[in-house]
Design a protein. Structure first.
Length: 211
């Protein structure tokens, strides 16, 4: 498999930002149903700031790129998703350490660390109707893929597929964390916006990896 370098990571992050902009209205709509209608704006603002930072101070390692994303999301996104995604990217950056090129197993370590950061910060578990319902199956699928010897791009594609399915399963769930939990049973029947944005980001990262 092709090595995944700092440039590849930056390209993937830009692809993620593009997808968030393209799906901004969809994320707003999902959050209007079970939240406060700002998830699309929050994510779009955050990732536009990320692209601006990547442009003005290009990072020199994959970890530095992910750290930049984490700090930028935490400082530019007001909603719950900013600190949660921010923590995920910071933890993923720490997991990478000085690694210059990502392979399948390094990627699994980063994804897992990111998910554990969200869990530590938000205390949600699988089934609570949050981004964890996309992240957790993504980590499991990534692990299985890496264990079979797959490279970074294939591992990411497996993670993205599983995140997509996981996000769809949130539709029938009753929310137990975040604003949507205020609705109780009425939160069922709508996909969780954060689970959807997680699936969108992983799909964009995976597609960038295939290019
Ligand atoms: P806010 O709810 O502050 O308006 P956003 O709308 O940007 O923030 O993000 C909402 C998303 O954040 C939810 O759809 C859910 O996926 C995620 N989320 C909220 N609380 C938690 C939590 N405790 N753990 C994990 N994810 C959470
Ligand atoms: Mg919201
Ligand atoms: Mg809000």
């Amino acid at each position: 498999p092709m090595p995944c370098t700092t440039q590849d990571v930056i390209a993937a992050l830009c692809a993620g930002a593009k997808t968030i902009t393209e799906h901004r209205d969809e994320l707003v709509r999902l959050d209007r149903s079970i939240g406060d209608a700002d998830h699309g704006e929050n994510m779009d603002r955050g990732f536009r700031a990320v692209v601006a930072q990547l442009d003005s101070a290009p990072p020199e390692t994959p970890a530095a790129a992910l750290k930049l994303v984490g700090t930028t999301l935490i400082s530019s996104v007001g909603g719950a998703s900013g600190p949660l995604y921010g923590t995920a990217f910071l933890r993923a950056a720490s997991a990478l350490g000085e690694t210059a090129e990502l392979d399948g197993s390094v990627l699994v370590g980063a994804l897992q660390a990111g998910m554990e950061g969200v869990e530590a910060r938000g205390k949600a578990v699988t089934g609570d109707k949050t981004m964890i319902d996309a992240l957790s199956p993504a980590v499991e699928a990534a692990k299985a893929s890496a264990e079979s010897g797959a490279g970074a791009a294939t591992v990411l594609a497996a993670a993205a597929d599983a995140a997509h399915t996981g996000a769809e399963t949130t539709e029938s769930l009753v929310a137990r964390k975040g604003r949507a939990s205020y609705l109780g049973e009425r939160s069922a029947g709508h996909v969780d916006p954060g689970a959807r944005s997680t699936a969108l980001l992983l799909a964009a990262f995976a597609e960038a990896g295939e290019a």
